[in-house]
Design a binder for this molecule. Structure first.
Ligand code: ADP
Ligand code: MG
Length: 335
């Protein structure tokens, strides 16, 4: 049985090995010592050395303006923005997360900041408040700020488009306290005006997809639109992966997804009920102690984003059960 096992996270209680295709260290605060590997080592060429006590090296020009998009709704864009954003803040980078999902905003809920959003970008543009007043600073990580475009249930005002968002990004760059390292834009679903607005200021994209054909078709369409818009740096996160279903051939493997979309892989996030729990609590998963499997996967994706690194989808064999004499014999003869 072939499957993908792509993270450095502790081995789950499933039937599969989790190999280490990339050498992303785990966050020193969440895991101080490397987990003992009981699987076959990854044979690829690692780009970075395994170092547990280092900070990731910020690659590329700052601010890195990254749009988190998917095409299809409900695949995990907002979850990714919240968790990758807070992971980046924990790694010491200054982050502004913009909720560009006008009318259906929910990034504030996921972050537990809904009661602190008094002003939005619309009020800033109308001259009713300053940009600083619209930025909501997270109390847990003060280098993380949230910016909402508009009030919930409101419509995108006529005239608000990509240019307004470009102005906003420029205003963030010109702030007195300095430009942020990362500007993450949580994109709305679909490919209409809201999508075009959200991608306009971005120079890189994180495409979130789940391993199902509807999500993949939308992701493929979005990839084409991003490329048309001049965004060439597109990496994907495959979310809600279930190894048990891959094993039963009820779900596409991440390798299949990668082959279909042909994009660099930033991370693979397992299906995890903790994600839903943390969404409802307004407490992003990456802050959980002890860390969960999905939380660690988001952290590693953030690390790769910083270093503009990617991981490899690999096929691994099913973990051999305790072999008896005959099974060993049978295996040898079978070769
Ligand atoms: P989008 O922003 O793309 O519409 P969301 O981030 O709001 O999607 O996620 C949609 C739902 O899926 C949320 O209820 C969220 O808790 C759930 N979800 C996202 N990722 C996972 C995961 N890895 N495991 C379990 N549930 C998830
Ligand atoms: Mg969303």
């Amino acid at each position: 049985m072939l499957s993908l096992s792509p993270t450095t996270t502790p081995k789950p209680s499933g039937l599969f090995y989790f190999t280490v295709p990339s050498t992303i260290p785990l966050h020193p605060k969440t895991l101080k010592t490397p987990t003992k590997r009981t699987h076959r080592p990854f044979s690829g060429t690692p780009r970075t050395l395994l170092q547990y006590n280092r900070k990731p090296q910020l690659s590329g020009e700052t601010p890195r303006v990254v749009v988190i998009t998917s095409g299809k709704g409900g695949v995990g864009k907002t979850t990714t923005t919240a968790n990758v954003g807070l992971s980046l803040a924990r790694l010491g980078f200054s982050v502004v997360a913009i909720d560009a999902d006008v009318g259906l905003r929910n990034l504030d809920l996921l972050l537990g900041l809904e009661n602190r959003v008094n002003y939005t970008v619309i009020e800033v543009l109308n001259g009713d408040c300053r940009l600083d007043q619209a930025l909501v600073r997270d109390k847990r990580w003060s280098n993380f700020e949230l910016l909402c475009i508009s009030k919930p249930r409101s419509k995108l005002p006529i005239g608000f488009g990509g240019k307004a968002l470009v102005w906003l990004v420029d205003a963030l760059k010109a702030r007195q306290e300095g430009s942020p390292d990362f500007i993450l834009i949580d994109c709305p679903a679909g490919i209409d005006a809201g999508f075009i607005t959200a991608i306009t200021p971005a120079n890189e994209a994180v495409l979130v997809t789940t391993p199902d054909i509807t999500s993949l078709r939308d992701a493929d369409r979005v990839t084409g639109l991003l490329e048309c818009d001049g965004i060439r740096d597109i990496k994907m996160i495959v979310n809600r992966v279930r190894t048990d279903m891959i094993k039963g051939e009820d779900m596409m493997s991440v390798l299949d997804v990668q082959e279909m979309l042909g994009l660099a892989l930033l991370g693979v996030i397992p299906e995890d009920s903790e994600v839903i729990r943390s969404t409802n609590r307004g407490y992003p998963l990456v802050l959980n102690k002890p860390p969960t499997l999905a939380g660690l996967a988001f952290e590693q994706a953030a690390w790769r984003l910083v270093e503009q690194d990617s991981m490899k989808a690999v096929m691994v064999e099913e973990e051999p059960k305790k072999r008896g004499f005959f099974s060993f014999f049978g295996r040898s003869l079978g070769k």
